[in-house]
Every structure is written in C-alpha cells, then in structure tokens.
Design a protein around this ligand. Structure first.
Ligand code: PRP
Ligand code: HPA
Length: 177
C-alpha cells in the first residue's frame, strides 16, 4: 500500500559520513517515534508473510535493530521470537559465525536450542547493506539445520548488492535506496 510505504519512508533520515567518512547512514529512529509508522511496518511485514509463507515456526531477529521489529511481528503471527546476538551475550551452549559488514567486523551467535532441525524461520533486521550480517545469520540457521524461508528488512541499500550475497535466500525489503 502506497500510503503506508510513504509514511515509513518519511521516517527514514540520511546522515552523510556516519559512522565513518563515505557512509550515507539511513537512520530509522523516527519510525520508532511514530506509532503509525511502526504499525505500518509491522502491517506490511505481516501481510507479506501471510501471503507468501503459510507455515512459519519462528521469527529470528538480528542484534540490535532486528529486535525492534521482530517481536512485534512474531506476536502478530502468533509465533515465538529468537535472538541472534553479538558474541558473548548469550548463556549456555551457542553456535557462532564471524562476519564483515558495511563498516566493520563482528561475530554473531545464537543458542543451540533456540531453533530445532527442520523448523521454518524468517529472519528480520532493520537494514540490508552488504549482506554480511544476514548472511552470518543464515549460516547460524544452517548450523542448526533450520529452514530459512526469507529475510525481511525495512530498508535495503541496493548499490551494496546485499541481496546477491544472500542467494539463494530471498530478501523482502519495504524500502530501497
Ligand atoms: C547494522 C544494521 C544491520 C547491518 C547491516 O547493524 O542494523 O544489522 O549493520 O549491514 P550489512 O548488511 O553490511 O551486514 P550494526 O552491526 O551496525 O549493529 P547495531 O544493530 O547493533 O547497531
Ligand atoms: N543505516 C543503518 N544501518 C546500517 C547502514 C545504514 O546506512 N549501513 C549498515 N548498517
């Protein structure tokens, strides 16, 4: 729906040279400040999942901004939410994967018992840049033998070709720049 997308795109601000020179940072904080825009984000994700993925077991959100949207979507769908966290934050047995992203390197981790083999999961984050982060999350799901149905993002930066890196997994972005 055009009006929901308009509402959302008016809540994304560009900041040149953040966090380092040459990066045009797309700031989603105004979405969180607008109840209508945040509802529009979850409405559009929910509508897409209901149309395209009749069976979903879990929503898996990426640290940190995937946590803003993932639990809201999971509640709408009546399924559970799992956290993929930066390394060292989760107790108990975990699996981890190192990765590079648009402006650095990091390590992603998930609890071993968070997803069972064969479960169908949808990954969610605020933004796709190079795809390093979501690729690492897909690798974690592969280690746990989960089936990744799709990756959902509010924003996709298409010049950085993140969607190519994620193939054969598909990405559903609400807004592209
Ligand atoms: C940002 C963003 C995505 C990722 C996208 O998170 O929220 O998770 O980078 O970049 P990529 O596609 O090149 O991997 P960041 O690691 O900066 O952490 P934060 O959410 O904790 O702020
Ligand atoms: N905005 C927000 N998060 C990001 C960006 C961006 O432009 N690039 C990589 N992570």
């Amino acid at each position: 729906e055009e009006s929901k997308l308009d509402l959302i795109s008016r809540c994304i601000r560009p900041f040149p040279d953040f966090p380092s020179e040459g990066i045009l940072f797309r700031d989603i904080c105004p979405i969180m400040k607008s109840p209508a825009a945040l509802t529009a984000v979850i409405d559009l994700f929910e509508q897409h999942v209901l149309e395209c993925h009749p069976v979903v077991d879990l929503i898996v959100g990426i640290d940190a901004r995937g946590f803003l949207f993932g639990p809201l979507l999971a509640q709408r769908l009546g399924v559970g939410f799992v956290m993929v966290r930066k390394k060292g934050k989760l107790p108990g047995p975990t699996v981890s994967v190192a990765y590079t992203l648009e402006y650095g390197t990091a390590e992603a981790e998930v609890q071993e018992d968070s997803v069972s083999p064969g479960q169908k999961v949808i990954l969610i984050d605020d933004l796709l840049a190079t795809g390093g982060t979501l690729f690492a999350a897909c690798e974690l799901m592969k280690k746990l033998r989960a089936e990744v149905l799709e990756c959902l993002v509010v924003v996709s930066l298409k010049d950085l070709s993140g969607a190519d890196k994620l193939k054969p997994h598909t990405v559903f972005p609400l807004i592209q720049y």
